[in-house]
Design a protein around this ligand. Structure first.
Ligand code: SF4
Length: 141
């Protein structure tokens, strides 16, 4: 699995992941993804081969695949609602200067995240239950 499919706002979630999640299966899978997309601070979560590229989308991705909130015949819907998370995806892509369905190296995606300002981060994440408690702009970089 050289390529990881990531929804836009998960570029932020993966950088701010602290080891908490919905349940154990989800959390263990999340640990693998965050190690595979390369931030050094996540090496503590295990040794997994680094991915070569990310495909950035606005919809369910490789992280959602293990989420207990995923529903629907094709496992495409979040029982917590899709509109808000898709808005987060779109805003993240817009502010990071990345394109939906684009293929990016880890470095290119990282550069994109670094374009996001504090105000833009607050706009993207302000409605999330983890905002402020686990996720703060200062810890994004
Ligand atoms: S506040 Fe929510 S959406 Fe934003 S990075 Fe944290 S978990 Fe992800």
């Amino acid at each position: 699995m050289d390529k990881i499919i990531l929804r836009g706002h998960h570029l932020l979630c993966t950088r701010l992941f602290s080891g908490n999640g919905y349940h154990q299966t989800f959390t263990e899978h999340m640990k693998e993804i965050v190690v595979r997309i390369g931030a050094d601070k996540y090496k503590k979560f295990g040794a997994f081969p680094q991915a070569k590229e990310l495909q950035i989308i606005c919809g369910t991705d490789d992280i959602c695949g293990k989420c207990p909130n995923l529903s629907g015949k094709k496992k495409k819907y979040c029982i917590l609602g899709n509109e808000d998370v898709q808005k987060k995806d779109r805003l993240t892509l817009e502010y990071a200067g990345l394109l939906e369905n684009g293929l990016y190296t880890l470095e290119e995606a990282e550069k994109g995240v670094k374009r996001i300002s504090r105000e833009q981060f607050e706009e993207i994440c302000g409605s999330c239950r983890w905002y402020g408690e686990y996720c703060r702009y200062e810890e994004l970089f």
